[in-house]
Design a protein around this ligand. Structure first.
Ligand code: ZN
Length: 432
């Protein structure tokens, strides 16, 4: 059930902006009100449900608990809305000598580029249109659902070594083909025409856009028992969906401790943006809530000390073809349950105490918990938890569901893990 909903959420969310909009729709259906961060917050009473967005690509949802935030802290689940992809550059069209039009793109995040070849791709993101008010142009979301582009591979006959490994240039090899300029149809801004058509807007009103490539192939179940999930953007939209589902499933009853779901943008490029985990935005929201509940500015620090964070970002599952890449003892399995991540250099926030909190939550709902450490000669990745510590020094754990093929255009997860982690997150939002 939850897994079917995850597949629908992934298909609705080809990029960060669309993922946030898909979240907003679900939050509103469950009685969450959208607050504008430019307005003064007037109240935060037990049972109040609201959310705030930042840049249209990050979202912060709150379900206010019975205890004041400074006295009881808050239970925070955070995850990220962005995934590796290719961004369309301005003035992107490159017209070849024979009328073949390609788009100029640049890499966003650490994609496995070879997985983007020979796929039916399309465009999604946001388009900015002329308005009456120069300080506030009109922003429209764009999700072109039909296959529009593809990045064709080079035939093996021109590169006999292709199966021995190929070095790819982001600028030369990865440009998608958009179409052919025919003799009858003179070129007159092919991309802008497609966008204008899709939005029902005037071509000349388009000022700029933040548009990205995505794979139009829908998310699906795979495996003899349908045990796997094959989809783009499992990292980290599967954890976004799990956090959101847990928040909505627990929103009928007023919790003791305030529930917070924070979905940051730009994790894949280092989080140092106004809508990323390196920004003080979430801390500023917490501070405003503390004050509106009658606290003094100093009480913000009590709220932080009383809080707990689950930083949810996918973990590496054990790959049967590459066992030498993994720690000799600990290698989480697909379908083995959520994974706590540890790192001696503190790339992850987990420590023995915070990990124990998470393990106890798992035990309470009968969910198995796995643990991940890097092979000691492999550097590994980092995530949200410790970046957030710069503005919110929270007690917390880094965890995530195991997946294979992280940062491929399609990643592989397990349905069991998705159902299991939602139970743990629900328990986290329910406990005192
Ligand atoms: Zn991630």
């Amino acid at each position: 059930m939850n897994t079917q909903q995850l597949l629908a959420f992934l298909d609705e969310s080809p990029v960060n902006y669309l993922a946030i909009s898909a979240m907003e729709r679900r939050l509103k259906e469950h009685g969450y009100k959208c607050l504008d961060a430019r307005e003064r917050f007037l109240q935060a009473e037990p049972g109040d449900k609201f959310y705030v967005t930042k840049n249209g690509s990050a979202l912060f949802a709150f379900h206010i608990g019975r205890q004041r935030i400074d006295d009881g802290g808050f239970h925070l689940i955070c995850a990220h809305s962005d995934s590796p992809t290719f961004r369309i550059k301005p003035d992107a069209e490159i017209i070849g000598g024979h009328g073949m039009v390609r788009l100029n793109v640049e890499l966003y995040g650490g994609a496995i580029m070879s997985t983007w070849f020979d796929r039916p791709l399309s465009l999604a993101g946001r388009v900015v249109l002329r308005s009456e008010d120069p300080m506030h142009p009109e922003v429209r979301l764009l999700h072109i659902k039909r296959p529009l582009l593809t990045i064709p591979n080079l035939a093996i006959h021109f590169n006999r070594q292709v199966n021995d490994g190929v070095k790819l240039s982001k600028q030369k090899d990865m440009l998608p083909v958009l179409g052919l300029v025919t003799k009858e149809l003179e070129w007159n801004g092919m991309l802008l025409n497609v966008i204008a058509d899709e939005l029902g807007a005037d071509f000349t009103d388009i000022l700029d856009f933040d548009l990205y490539l995505y794979d139009t192939t829908p998310a699906c179940r795979v495996g003899v028992h349908n045990e796997f999930i094959s989809a783009g953007r499992l990292d980290d939209l599967s954890m976004v969906h799990a956090g959101l589902t847990a928040l909505l499933n627990t929103s009928q009853d007023i919790p003791q401790t305030t529930s917070v779901l924070a979905i940051f943008d730009n994790e894949e490029t280092g989080s140092q943006t106004k809508q990323g985990a390196g920004s003080p935005f979430l801390a500023s929201l917490i501070e405003r809530l503390v004050i509106v509940q009658g606290g003094v500015p100093n009480d913000f620090f009590r709220a932080v000390e009383n809080a707990f964070m689950i930083s949810a970002d996918n973990a590496h599952a054990w790959h049967p073809n590459y066992s030498e890449k993994y720690d000799p003892v600990l290698h989480p399995m697909l379908g083995g349950g959520p994974v706590v991540k540890y790192n001696a250099s503190q790339k992850y926030a987990s420590d023995a105490e915070s990990a124990a909190v998470f393990m106890q939550l798992c035990q309470q709902v009968g969910v198995p918990c796995q643990r991940f450490v890097n092979h000691s000669d492999v550097a590994g990745g980092s995530t949200l938890g410790n970046i957030l510590a710069g503005s919110l020094p929270l007690r917390g754990v880094d965890m995530g569901n195991p997946i294979l093929g992280m940062h491929s255009i399609r990643e592989l997860g397990a349905a069991f893990d998705h159902e299991a982690v939602i139970k743990v997150f629900e328990q986290f939002y329910r406990v005192r």
